[in-house]
Write a protein that binds this ligand. Structure first.
Ligand SMILES: NC(=O)C1=CN([C@@H]2O[C@H](COP(=O)(O)OP(=O)(O)OC[C@H]3O[C@@H](n4cnc5c(N)ncnc54)[C@H](OP(=O)(O)O)[C@@H]3O)[C@@H](O)[C@H]2O)C=CC1
Ligand SMILES: O=C([O-])CC(=O)C(=O)O
Length: 271
């Protein structure tokens, strides 16, 4: 049997801790936990013990030293600290703060030289297999409509800068319309899905995004609409929030687990 690949997890919150549990309990039998990072090392120690996992707790920038796969599950503000060493060391890098990746696309060029690979999970979104397939032909338009409970959007830089209130809404309010690059900048903790969609399809400038603060939804709801020369499709996902971080849908960690499984699986389904 070949040796298990070591996974380093940067950020042990809603996504990272679920992934650590899946590795520790044998859900991903070809992988082992190599190292983890968190802001609060004592809390991380307790969390690892609670899920029966053992791994050194190291600074974010050290994950790539010992791990074959580095998974970024931390706030966008520390994205580069995790990403750059992983790319420079030629690792497989799996980011979830994909909005932040849009500001560091030079990493993709570096990966060509170092042999690193950036593998982006579908995360909280849907249908990136179909978008990738359509992008092999001609795509005319890609649109993402995101609806979130108003409190999930409160404090986003775009709302603060433009003095847009999402308090006490009685009906849905469109708070943003623009492209994926502008959306990722204005809503760094909210629309990683827009960035992922753009990288699977026609890029951040050509991907249109609408964000709605909607008091009638309890789930983060994303609809993608694609017009291409091969197909027209519309898909919607309604995400159940995690208990740990209501901004993050439960399916996100499962998407990361599925992404890691396919790295070593003898059979994979989907594009
Ligand atoms: N691609 C997608 O579809 C989605 C992406 N996301 C993105 O994924 C990322 C993680 O989300 P989520 O798991 O919900 O976040 P959480 O807030 O639940 O967890 C973040 C983790 O990062 C750790 N952390 C924070 N700062 C540092 C630091 N300076 N050094 C080391 N660790 C640090 C925290 O440590 P501590 O516990 O000690 O505070 C915590 O463990 C976010 O950027 C989010 O926007 C979320 C949903 C969907
Ligand atoms: O896009 C994001 O960053 C998070 C999100 O909307 C979700 O989990 O549904």
């Amino acid at each position: 049997m070949s040796e298990k690949l070591k996974v380093g997890i940067g950020g042990l919150g809603a996504i990272g801790l679920t992934l650590a549990r899946a590795i520790a309990d044998g859900t991903l039998p070809d992988l082992t936990l190599g190292a983890v990072s968190a802001r609060d090392a004592e809390k991380a120690k307790g969390n690892l013990a609670a899920i029966g996992a053992e791994a050194p707790i190291v600074p974010l920038e050290s994950l790539a030293e010992t791990c074959d796969i580095v998974v970024e599950c931390a706030p966008a503000s520390v994205f580069e600290t995790i990403a750059r060493p992983a790319i420079e060391t030629g690792r497989i890098f799996v980011p979830v703060s994909i909005g932040a990746l849009l500001n560091h696309m030079d990493l993709v060029d570096r990966a060509k030289d170092t042999g690193a690979r950036l593998v982006l999970p579908t995360g909280a979104l849907i249908g990136l297999d179909a978008v990738r397939a359509a992008a092999e032909g001609e795509i005319e338009s890609v649109t993402l409509e995101t609806r979130k409970p108003p409190l999930g959007l409160a404090g986003a830089p775009y709302l603060v800068e433009n003095d847009i209130s999402v308090e006490r809404l009685n009906e849905a309010k469109k708070v943003f319309e623009g492209n994926a690059r502008e959306a990722a900048k204005g809503f760094p903790a909210n629309v990683n899905v827009a960035a992922a969609l753009s990288l699977a399809g026609v890029g951040p400038e050509r991907t249109s995004v609408e964000i709605w603060a909607d008091p009638d939804v309890t789930r983060n709801t994303h609809t993608i609409r694609v017009e291409a020369d091969s197909a027209r499709f519309t898909m919607t996902i309604e995400n159940i929030p995690t208990e740990e971080n209501p901004k993050t849908g439960k399916i996100t960690a499962l998407s990361v687990i599925a992404t890691l499984r396919r790295l070593t699986a003898p059979l994979t389904a989907g594009t």
